[in-house]
Design a protein around this ligand. Structure first.
Ligand SMILES: O=C(O)CCC(=O)C(=O)O
Ligand SMILES: [Fe+2]
Length: 368
């Protein structure tokens, strides 16, 4: 998180001192300005989806922003037992796991350097990973018809989501291990020169020799993968799922309760290169993960015709399940912000792993 995006996220965090987001009232209409553009309304930042107050009993409730209906929670929560799209695969039935296996690559229609989850993702010998049938079962996030496992956000941005990437039991093992063994810190960062305690516990793991990560005046200590074998195991599963991926660093978050959160931000630090792919695994308490388009002034490097539509803020919601994997790819960090807002009803802890790739620079080009 950094620069104007960091500012957006961190202001959101700073302005979020209450225990739950309850509605847009108090701050509606108050605008935050960045150098070039209105970044968004504080009301909006504080209330990404103000109608939603908890994970349950939302059947049929529509997610509305001022500008768009995002989708129905009822739809999103309803598992669909058959692969329904993309069109190329219409008619393909889930006869067996093998039938599914053959088609995953096509269905996920990979973009950028990371191919979609590969054919045998989920077939780990140690059965850490859930079944392909389960992984492809489009629970929730795929209900907007973008295809199984993939939500196309447009303009080269997309999100891949597998609700059951890791098995339920193994995920609890990981949760307890990480909860106990990770050297958690709650660092003070600086926003406009003012100290601000991050509203969640964090830890940074990185391969040796990488460029240091610095965000908001904070340089986290880089811990070694070697000290946390389960993290290496999970990393391996992620690499197997996305052939061609080379994640070499990891930011871990622990949200101890619904009071802990991450505000709107993009993980677009230069050290991740122009189109960072970020793989996020969740353990423990389910939390809402929101994406919204950056406002126009924040979207750069492309002619207006290709940018997200002017003044139209689009939003998406994923309910990140225990053992799930969500991958953001393409232009997602450039064009979208994401957040995990406070939730009064989230009573237990959640641990989240975000795998990233720090690009190694040579004098002439990015080393791949
Ligand atoms: O907890 C999550 O799901 C998101 C965390 C995140 O966005 C981050 O660490 O950059
Ligand atoms: Fe992030």
């Amino acid at each position: 998180m950094k620069s104007e995006n960091t500012v957006v996220g961190l202001i959101g965090e700073m302005l979020n001192p209450v225990s739950e987001i309850t509605g847009p009232k108090a701050n509606a209409g108050l605008k935050l300005k960045s150098e070039n553009a209105v970044v968004g309304s504080i009301g909006e930042m504080l209330n990404p989806v103000s109608e939603i107050t908890g994970p349950k009993a939302n059947a049929g409730l529509k997610l509305k922003s001022e500008n768009a209906v995002v989708g129905s929670i009822g739809e999103m929560l309803n598992p669909v037992s058959e692969i329904a799209g993309p069109k190329a695969n219409a008619g393909l039935k889930l006869k067996s796991e093998n039938a599914v296996i053959g088609s995953i690559g096509e269905m996920l229609n990979p973009v950028s350097e990371i191919a979609g989850p590969k054919a045998n993702a989920g077939q780990s010998e140690n059965s850490v990973v859930g079944s392909i049938g389960e992984m492809l079962n489009p629970v929730g996030p795929n209900a907007n018809g973008d295809g199984d496992g993939v939500r196309d956000l447009g303009n080269g941005s997309s999100v891949v989501y597998f609700p059951r990437f890791l098995s339920y039991e193994k995920s609890w093992e990981y949760f307890h291990y990480l909860d106990k063994h990770i050297p958690w810190t709650r660092p003070t960062i600086y926003v406009f020169g003012k100290p601000f305690v991050q509203p969640r516990d964090v830890c940074y793991i990185a391969s040796k020799g990488l460029k240091e990560l610095i965000y908001s005046g904070h340089k986290p200590d880089a811990h070694s993968w070697d000290d946390y074998p389960p993290l290496k195991e999970i990393l391996e599963e992620v690499h197997k799922a996305f052939p061609g991926s080379h994640f070499n660093s990891l930011l871990i978050n622990r949200y101890n309760s619904g009071n802990d959160y991450v505000g709107w931000h993009a993980d677009d630090e230069k050290l991740y290169g122009p189109n960072p792919e970020i793989a996020s695994i969740s353990f423990g308490c389910e939390r809402d993960f929101f994406l919204k388009t950056k406002s126009q002034g924040e979207v750069v490097r492309e002619p207006p015709s290709k940018r997200a539509k002017k003044n139209k803020v689009e939003k998406h919601c994923f309910k990140l399940k225990h053992g799930s994997l969500l991958l953001m790819r393409g232009n997602t960090q450039r064009d979208w912000l994401h957040s995990v807002p406070k939730r009064a009803k989230a009573e237990s802890a959640r641990i989240n792993l975000t795998f990233r790739r720090v690009m190694q620079m040579s004098s002439r080009r990015l080393l791949l």
